[in-house]
Design a protein around this ligand. Structure first.
Ligand code: FES
Length: 147
């Protein structure tokens, strides 16, 4: 190999290495930047409920790493619809209890209460129960996004 051929080979290798570094930097940034700037995506988890028509009758209590959840089924329309609420009290994070006969939630810690839709019925809570987004997939399963 002549000295000129060696120089060409070295500069080609350096160019390829530089391009590879840029590609890795851009790819890494594409993954990392949204992760850093969208903390909601980082902390969200998804819960899947299969066969909700059988399991949500008329409600389903379930727990996740992020707390307890209640899912309601509403049969008023042609197709059942589903809503979900966190059972974490908005006052000081105690777990509320659902009283089906009265369609309300009560909190054992300071006597707060919420309506079935999660709105405040009785202080001290000032904010409603957290609503959990529910999406029904084509196979009928429910997906709940928990932040
Ligand atoms: S924590 Fe629920 S009323 Fe205080």
């Amino acid at each position: 190999m002549t000295e000129r051929e060696h120089d060409d080979s070295t500069s080609r290798r350096n160019a390829i290495e530089r391009i590879a570094r840029w590609v890795l930097a851009i790819a890494g940034g594409a993954v990392t930047v949204p992760y850093l700037f969208l903390p909601k995506l980082r902390s969200a988890s998804v819960l899947r409920i299969e066969n909700p028509e059988l399991r949500v009758r008329p409600f389903l209590l379930t727990s996740t790493n992020d707390g307890n959840i209640i899912v309601f089924r509403d049969d008023a329309g042609e197709q059942p619809s589903y809503t979900a609420l966190s059972l974490r009290c908005s006052h000081a994070n105690c777990t509320v209890r659902y009283i089906h006969d009265e369609s309300k939630f009560v909190c054992p810690c300071h006597g707060g209460a919420f309506r079935k839709d999660g709105s405040v019925l009785q202080a001290p809570p000032k904010e409603p129960l957290q609503s959990i987004p529910v999406i029904q997939s084509g196979d009928g399963s429910l997906y709940l996004r928990i932040d």
